[in-house]
Write a protein that binds this ligand. Structure first.
Ligand code: ADP
Ligand code: MG
Length: 647
């Protein structure tokens, strides 16, 4: 069997291979537990086959091609606990912890796949009944090795331990003197995430450490369900702290604070479970949901850590207590070993495949192990290398910062706030943002109301003007044919000539498009139809309307544009007609053609109504002028071409 690291070699050799500062992948060892008696009784088949010491073949039940997964080591159901301990290279991690590194070993897999068994052996058969030495798990074996190793070191070593569980997203101290109570998880720059007021107990012998382990195991939450008689319902973290007190390093550590130095953390994760399969109900279901959620957060962090570009950016370790406490092991300065556990049964294949994929991804995650900050003087080469590394990192971060600032300054700001002021700062930021949005919404609402009121007033004015226009038009033609105001000729003949304008202003009486000269926006477009010429070389549509005063003799100037004073006159006229004050709702028309839309007071534009009002007031004005210059009803009506009033 191939072994990882150099577990049985010379400890000094292991120390030489410290991975300080370099990218170190998470090591993944796969353990396949043997078929259980119950599974065999049910006649379940194995779907997994180990091929060599590092490859696992999975046979799909349908008979398709085998799928292969490769890990640092693969251990089948025949392997003993001692085999697992040796193959995992835990001794090397212990050596690194003694040198001041932060090391983590965690088990991962479906519920009932053997995680707890791998770490601590089978559950105790009764009160005070120790686990037989041959079945002791990785933890007991590491404890024994570490205590032995420490005794043979030249320097004094202080060993301490803490043991906690994360149950329903609450951190509980399994070594607390009273009954466990929820403890807060905090963060600071020096320590990263840590549990406040966690009891850290110093121990000097293997027996004392074993007692702490049993105390924690007995207090840990576990329940029985269809897949496991003693299913762990919480994630449990036992941490050993190793420190070398020197005369300069007098324990300046507060009581209860973990000492500065190396760490060896054993994490027994609660297993993912499908509640439909395990038959969890009530409290069990709540626990299962909480477990699954935190495992999902863990999986999400691992996925993001795998993306080389995203690794530099935000990883949501804060999404769960578990990811907070594993942040350093996954993406930070720790050395990490994952023991993935699976059941061989074909019935469990979906969960097994999910574990295998998860584990395959995890072994591509890398950390940058960092040793302790030694108070001693560093060798110059090391200082120089660190300096270069920091300079490079600094340059890269500046580059990223610039890119982010140009791409999304808002997002960048939020990220910086997140990093610097953490959750509380972010909360404040959201509150300010919400206040700003509320204010903006209030402003939008009030300008919408203003526009609606504006529109209402305009509609009334248009209506009034239409009414007055109709009565003004019908005035001179009493008893004769009705006049069309757009051409000031009889409605039947007023649009007989192809003098239609291409714009959208129809005659208000007969709905036919207005003659070009009657169009209020005639300068913005050309007439649509080729026009017939009339004597005087002036096209009909280009002719001035009947009420326009004749040009001065010899003048070739076209009829002048409407100007502000025209508009004022129009307004006065409208007021005379409606008997109310007519507030101009649009600014004076610009001279010449303009594509600018008409703007209403209050900043809102209602072009249709404004234009209609414009046309109407224009036509009212024309009608009144015409009524003064119009031939008497007794005179013969002529065609529009002939019916131009004498100038
Ligand atoms: P998990 O912690 O993954 O939910 P456990 O470690 O509690 O699962 O194991 C479930 C059951 O399977 C326990 O009864 C345990 O003793 C048994 N078991 C697990 N792995 C092995 C193994 N390698 N050899 C023998 N029994 C095992
Ligand atoms: Mg367990």
């Amino acid at each position: 069997m191939e072994e990882r690291g150099s577990p049985d070699g010379d400890p000094a050799r292991s120390l030489e291979q410290a991975p300080e500062g370099s990218e170190t992948p998470i090591q993944v060892v796969l353990r396949v537990r043997p078929m259980s008696t119950a599974e065999l009784r049910r006649g379940e088949q194995s779907a997994l086959h180990c091929s060599g010491t590092r490859t696992l073949q999975v046979s799909p039940p349908g008979g398709g091609p085998d799928v292969a997964f490769r890990f640092s080591a693969v251990l089948d159901g025949a392997r003993t606990q001692e085999d697992v301990f040796r193959a995992c290279g835990v001794k090397r991690l212990g050596e690194l912890a003694l040198r001041g590194f932060s090391c983590t070993i965690f088990t991962f897999g479906q519920t009932g796949s053997g995680k707890t068994y791998t770490l601590t052996g089978p559950p105790p058969q009764g009160e005070g009944m120790p686990v037989p030495p041959s079945l002791a798990g990785i933890m007991q074996r590491t404890f024994a090795w570490l205590l032995d190793r420490v005794q043979h070191l030249d320097v004094p070593v202080t060993l301490r331990a803490s043991y906690l569980e994360i149950y329903n997203e609450q951190v509980r101290d399994l070594l607390s003197l009273g009954s466990p109570r929820p403890l807060p998880v905090r963060w600071n720059k020096a320590r990263g995430f840590y549990v406040e007021q966690l009891r850290v107990v110093e121990f000097g012998s293997l027996e004392a450490l074993m007692e702490l382990l049993h105390m924690g195991l007995s207090r840990r939450q576990s329940s029985s369900h269809t897949l496991n008689q003693a299913s762990s319902r919480s994630h449990a973290l036992l941490t050993l702290y190793v420190s070398h007190p020197t005369p300069q390093q007098v324990p300046a550590v507060d009581p209860g604070e973990p000492p500065v130095g190396g760490k060896l953390c054993f994490v027994d994760l609660a297993g993912s479970e499908k509640v439909a399969v395990t038959g969890s109900r009530g409290q069990l279901m709540l626990e299962a949901n909480s477990i699954n959620r935190s495992l999902l957060a863990l999986g999400h962090c691992i996925s993001l850590l795998l993306d080389p570009q995203r690794k530099q950016s935000h990883i949501p370790f804060r999404d769960s207590k578990l990811t907070k406490l594993l942040a350093d092991s996954l993406g930070g300065r720790g050395v990490t070993l994952m023991v993935a556990c699976v059941s061989p049964s074909a019935q469990c294949l979906p969960e097994t495949l999910s574990t295998l994929r998860y584990a395959s991804r995890a072994q591509r995650v890398t950390t940058r192990p960092q040793g302790p900050k030694s108070p001693g003087v560093k060798p110059p080469q090391q200082v120089e290398a660190e300096l270069l590394q920091l300079q490079e990192e600094n340059r890269r971060l500046r580059l990223q910062l610039n890119q982010m600032q140009t791409k999304a300054p808002g997002i960048h700001g939020a990220r910086v706030a997140w990093a610097q002021r953490n959750l509380y700062g972010m909360l404040q930021e959201f509150m300010l943002e919400n206040e700003r949005l509320r204010k903006e919404m209030r402003q939008l609402r009030s300008s919408r109301d203003l526009a609606q009121a504006e529109r209402h007033v305009l509609a009334q004015q248009v209506h009034e003007l239409q009414r007055h226009l109709l009565s003004a038009c019908s005035l001179p033609q009493q008893g004769s044919a009705s006049m069309c105001p757009c051409a000031m000729g009889p409605a039947a003949s007023c649009h007989a000539q192809p003098l239609l304008c291409s714009c959208c202003h129809p005659c208000l009486l007969c709905r036919v498009s207005l003659a070009h000269w009657a169009c209020p926006q005639r300068d913005c477009h050309v007439p649509q139809v080729v026009e017939s010429r009339v004597p005087g070389h002036m096209s009909l549509s280009a002719r001035p309307p009947p009420w326009v005063p004749p040009p001065s003799p010899g003048s070739s100037k076209p009829p002048r544009e409407r100007n502000h004073s025209d508009r004022t006159q129009t307004g006065v006229l409208a007021e005379m007609l409606t008997g109310e004050e007519v507030v101009p709702s649009a600014p004076p028309l610009p001279t010449g053609c303009s594509n600018m839309p008409l703007t209403l007071r209050g900043g809102s534009g209602i072009p249709n109504l404004t234009q209609r009002l414009e046309v109407l007031t224009h036509q009212v004005s024309s009608s009144l002028n015409l009524s003064h210059s119009q031939p008497q009803p007794s005179e013969n009506m002529q065609s529009p071409g002939q019916g131009l009033p004498p100038y």
